[in-house]
Structures are given as C-alpha cells and as structure tokens.
Design a protein around this ligand. Sequence first.
Ligand SMILES: Cc1cc2nc3c(=O)[nH]c(=O)nc-3n(C[C@H](O)[C@H](O)[C@H](O)COP(=O)(O)OP(=O)(O)OC[C@H]3O[C@@H](n4cnc5c(N)ncnc54)[C@H](O)[C@@H]3O)c2cc1C
Ligand SMILES: NC(=O)c1ccc[n+]([C@@H]2O[C@H](COP(=O)([O-])OP(=O)(O)OC[C@H]3O[C@@H](n4cnc5c(N)ncnc54)[C@H](O)[C@@H]3O)[C@@H](O)[C@H]2O)c1
Length: 479
Amino acid sequence: MNETTRTYDVIVIGGGPVGENVAERVRAAGLSTVVVERELLGGECSFWACDPSKALLRPVVARADASRVPGLDPAVAGPLDVERVLAHRDRMSSYWKDEDQAEWLNSVSVDLIRGHGRLTGPKQVAVQTPEGDTVVLTARHAVAVSTGTRATLPPIPGLDTARPWTSREATTADKVPGRLAVVGGGVVAVEMATAWQGLGSQVTMLVLDNGLLERMEPFAGELVTDTLREAGVDIRFNTTVTSLDREGGQDGEVRITLSDGGQLAADEILLATGRAPQTRDVGLESVGLTPGDWLAVDDTFQVTGVDGGWLYAVGDVNHRALMTHQGKYQARIAGTVIGARAKGEPIHDAPWGAHVATADHAAVPQVVFTTPEIASVGLTSREAEQSGRRIEVVDYDLARVAGAHQYGEDYRGRARMLIDTDRNTVVGVTFAGPGVGELVHSATIAVAGEVPLDRLWHAVPAFPTLGEVWLRLLETYRG
Ligand SMILES: Cc1cc2nc3c(=O)[nH]c(=O)nc-3n(C[C@H](O)[C@H](O)[C@H](O)COP(=O)(O)OP(=O)(O)OC[C@H]3O[C@@H](n4cnc5c(N)ncnc54)[C@H](O)[C@@H]3O)c2cc1C
Ligand SMILES: NC(=O)c1ccc[n+]([C@@H]2O[C@H](COP(=O)([O-])OP(=O)(O)OC[C@H]3O[C@@H](n4cnc5c(N)ncnc54)[C@H](O)[C@@H]3O)[C@@H](O)[C@H]2O)c1
C-alpha cells in the first residue's frame, strides 16, 4: 500500500458529464486540474442513463411516428428487430468502456486519477485507488464535488431478495422480460415503460399518484397515459407495492402484492422511484456537512455553510436540475467562476451574468422521449400561480398546425405558453406531441432571452412545420 501526495489548483471529485466539463473549463482558465473517478468517465449519463435509454427509445418512437404516415405504415407494421436494437444500444453506450473519454480528458490537459475520492478537510481529498494505494491531493484554490446520484429504493418488505431493476438494469438489460412491472410515474418510469413495451414486454405501471409526469403540465401526463394504454400498457394509478416475493414465485418470477390487496406476477420489476445524492461516502463530515445530504449551493455553485468559499458542488448532486444539459451549463459557469476567483478577476453575478446560473431558476428545458414526446422549459402554470406573477395561459391544439398534418395522420398534441403580462414576455412553454423535442430550443431562446412578444411576432416560423405553433399561440394571445 503506497501513499503519494500531489497538489493541483483544482480537484474535481466525480467524472460524469458534469465533472468532466467543470475540469475542462477550469483548465481552459489556465489552472492545473485533476478529475477523480471511481467507475467510468462519462458517468451515469453515458453508460446507464441518457445514452442507452435514448438508444432503446429511438426505434420505438420512430416506429410510432412512421406508422402514422400513409404509405409508410405497412413497412413498420412488424415487430422491432430486438437483437439489432440492443446491439445499437450497446454501441451507443461505448460497450461500457471509457477509453475515448479518458483520451479526451488527456487532450485537454486534465489529469485523471481512478479511485474513490473523499474529502479529508478543507481543500484536501484522499483517493483510494483500485490497487489499494492512497493518493493524497491538495487543492490550491477549489474542490468541486460532482458525484451525481443513485436510484432510491423504497423500503418494501421482500426487497432484499426480489432483485429489482433500477434505471441501471432497465437501460442495460440484454433480454426483453415477458412481463415487466414498473413502479413510479416520473420520467424514468414513462420512458422505460415506453421502451420495453415497444420492444415486446407486457408492461404494468404501478403509480402512487393520480397521473403520470406530475411535475409537468397535466395534459402532458394525460397524453402519455392515453398512448401507453393504446400500446397495451396496464397503468394503475393510486397504487403502491406493499410486498415483493421472488423466492415463492414460479420460474423465478416476482410476486407483487399491491395496496388494493391485489397480486401481480412479473418477470422483472423496475423501481423508478427517484434519486438520492452520492454523498454518503465523500467525507462531508470532515468539513462540517452531513453525509447523504444534497449539497446546497449559491448561484455560483459554492456550497453554503462551508467557510473559505473553496468547496463547489455541480450537477445532480446539488439537486437544482437533474439533467445532463443543465449540469453541463452549471459546469461551464462553475469552471469560469473558479478560474476568475483564482485570478482575482471581477465576478459578474447580477442575473444572467457570466458567473451565475440564472437559467437554473428561469429556463430549464427538458424533453421526455415518450410517445408523444413532451418538451418543456420555464414555469408550468402551477408554478406560475405559486410565483404570484400576473400570468396569462395560452393553449393551442397542436393538431391544427399545418406541420402536424404533414407529420402524420391523427396527430394528437397540445401546446401551452405562459405570458408574464407585466413584462410582456414568455416565462414557460410546454409542448406535447410527436416530434416536439426539436421545438424546445426555440422556447428556451424565447424564455432565456426574455424576448418581448412584440418582437417574437416578427420571428416567422417556416411553413409547414410544427414550429408554426408559435404563430398560432401568439395569434390566440392577441385575439
Ligand atoms: C434512466 C435515466 C435516463 C436519463 N436520461 C436523461 C436524458 O435523456 N437527458 C438528460 O439531460 N438527462 C437524463 N438523465 C439524467 C442524467 O443522467 C443526469 O442528470 C446526469 O448524469 C448528471 O451528471 P453528473 O455528472 O452530475 O452525475 P453522474 O452522471 O451521476 O456522474 C457522477 C460520477 O461521479 C462518480 N463518483 C461518485 N462518487 C465518487 C467518489 N466518491 N469518487 C470518485 N468518483 C465518484 C460516479 O462514478 C460518476 O461517474 C437520465 C437519468 C436516468 C436515471
Ligand atoms: N429525458 C430526460 O430528461 C430524463 C430521463 C430520465 C430521467 N431524467 C431525470 O432523472 C431524474 C430521476 O427520474 P425518476 O423518474 O427516477 O424520478 P422522479 O422524481 O421524476 O419520479 C419518481 C416517481 O416515483 C414515485 N415514487 C416515489 N416514491 C415512491 C414510493 N415509495 N412508491 C411508489 N412510487 C414512488 C413518484 O410519485 C414519481 O412518480 C428526474 O429528475 C429527471 O430529470 C431525465
């Protein structure tokens, strides 16, 4: 067991998409930087989340879209070629190898230490390497924690022996379960129910709430519910699991007892019940914080409650917006601000300044890759109501847009735009419908840019695209 010591300007614990980007930005500011990663560089997103899940969903969603195009529909009537879909998923996950990412990190002159990192005091990190050695790191300026999240499992009797799937197994499974039970009604649950039903499973969703995607506009969850049910998914609302029994089940099946007293048998059960921060074992106690907590930060990503301003938390672990693109935005801001502070440069921390993550509060985009797709940015009507602003809600039936007629027959969709009537700007948009994922950036520009409605009126959408919904929403608002 060897112990070595090294000093860097900045230490990043966690080499997921966010940690990698913090390091790259800090290095670009001229600071020496090291990333500590205990598993695979690229993190959850590249290997067990975004990339494999979207690779599974793409053929399912594309087939649904194609089946609504007259003349094309017979060509996509058969089942998917599961073997090829899974092979494509494996390729999109780089076969769970991170050489390319390590090469990239090296190309931007950031060092990598493989192992488990723990804070041991202010600006100190100890890394346990897989070989059993310890590398003691000291940071001259800052330590950034970007350790992400893991799936949370509710305390269900029988869980220990039930071998449930989490999002990791759901995105990496190499065969299609005959019957898949999905617990949860959030983003992971709806995406994975869509994917596995499309690949041939009989999916049953067990949903605690009275609808799907409860954090979004209600029509989003309603449209996804309708389409999943039409695809054959059995969705049971207001239902929880009271116990699991894999050992008593036949042929290794899992027996699920439900809150209504009913029973269900499945080959696999996915628990898609939310995330917890990976902070139980990163030495938070050594700097006066509580292990297992989310890391609260200010808008420059300095952790609150730690003296000296040297500790930053960026990405999922700070619980601001659990998405890769938003975490990478945070990383760009945090990396720049760490660089500026190290050089004693002025900090631009007024809203929308270079060193604050204002978009985290005002303009977080998300696309849910279901049938139909859901795309949103900014406030929902519920959040707008709670914010106390004067808001007008404008709704439009997406199916009435010319682009939707071209997209496919029986197009079903809806759009909602929220106008701050005092400022005359758009503060929230939700689109639900096939193909709307690619529309979301137009909405993000309108919201983040605080584009006045009078100017938005001059942004002409091309005919005949789904983007014409912008014109229809503005016309509806103007009466
Ligand atoms: C099924 C699923 C699908 C998703 N799909 C999307 C999507 O389509 N689009 C989207 O924007 N977001 C999606 N997300 C969310 C996205 O995966 C996360 O927002 C993103 O991965 C967060 O990045 P991160 O770098 O903060 O954390 P992570 O990706 O979790 O990376 C953290 C890294 O830190 C390492 N680490 C942890 N502790 C230590 C330690 N003590 N020492 C050293 N290393 C450590 C881990 O090994 C990991 O590599 C999805 C999530 C799930 C679960
Ligand atoms: N396309 C994307 O952008 C994408 C895709 C997947 C995940 N993500 C991100 O990953 C994060 C995690 O997603 P998620 O779906 O795991 O979490 P979530 O918080 O979105 O949903 C959790 C679901 O589990 C249910 N639940 C919680 N506790 C339960 C219990 N004890 N019993 C039964 N049900 C319970 C909740 O009611 C909810 O429906 C999200 O914040 C999302 O932003 C993003």
